[in-house]
Design a protein around this ligand. Sequence first.
Ligand code: PLP
Length: 285
Amino acid sequence: MTAPETARRVAVWTEGGPRVVDADQPVVTAFDQGLGRGDGVFESVLVTGGRTPHLDAHLARLHRSAQITAITDPGEDAVRALVGAVVAGWPAEVEGVCRVFLTRGLGDGTPPTLLALLSAVPAETVRQRTEGIAVVTLSLGVPADFRATAPWLLGGAKTLSYAVNMAAQRHAHALGADDVVLTSLEGRLLEGPTSTVVWAARGRLHTPPVDTGILAGTTQARLFARAEDDGWPTSVTPGTVDDLVAADAVWLLSGVRGAAPVTRLDGADRGDAGLSRRVQELLAR
Ligand code: PLP
């Protein structure tokens, strides 16, 4: 459903609290550091059934991202109120994506900019969740253990500086694929440009360690907790592309797309051993 009430929405944090504004009206100054330098952090939160059931995990990560980037954190109550304002009245039958942006504002000790944007989940995202994705592996060119010792590279923070991530996806599209698994300089698995890599092998679910500087995925954490409860063991495993080739199944996980099964890896078709249904069922619980 794409009725007018599900069109794009924007809420902005003001001194007086959240304010929902016309989605096309200007809300930040052109001098905002988030615009000029990508100096900010963000979260993409799934809206389903008119609610944000996984908001808490995103709030916790936004807080960590703000700490890592030394951006003033407006606090959980402010972000919760802003998200609540933009989501209020969103139709239950339309899946939405709520993006929360927190930028350094004008810098020099001025207040941060805090915005929430809401729009319908694109049909292509839903298609990838249900039909699967073709993926290529691309090197990020950074050693796997480097970012843990290089705080200026902002490992673990979900920053607004996604130009490289988007370029990697465009490169994949030019190669006829949908998405990317990024690898380290020595060929270790990192993450997708907008997702966490998870694979099933030897009766376990695996995901790469976050000390490589990748983002701690909220969807991966939820899946692993529920899988463990369900008797499906999980491991943090420093894998390589060969591990994905040999795996029973591979998924790219993210809050909005969910678990997208990898049906093609570097040009070779691959299956999921019928495991995607269980993964998606665990995530939906
Ligand atoms: N890694 C990156 C770089 C991402 O952008 C995302 C998506 O937000 C993820 C991993 C997956 O995180 P989540 O499951 O919390 O959406």
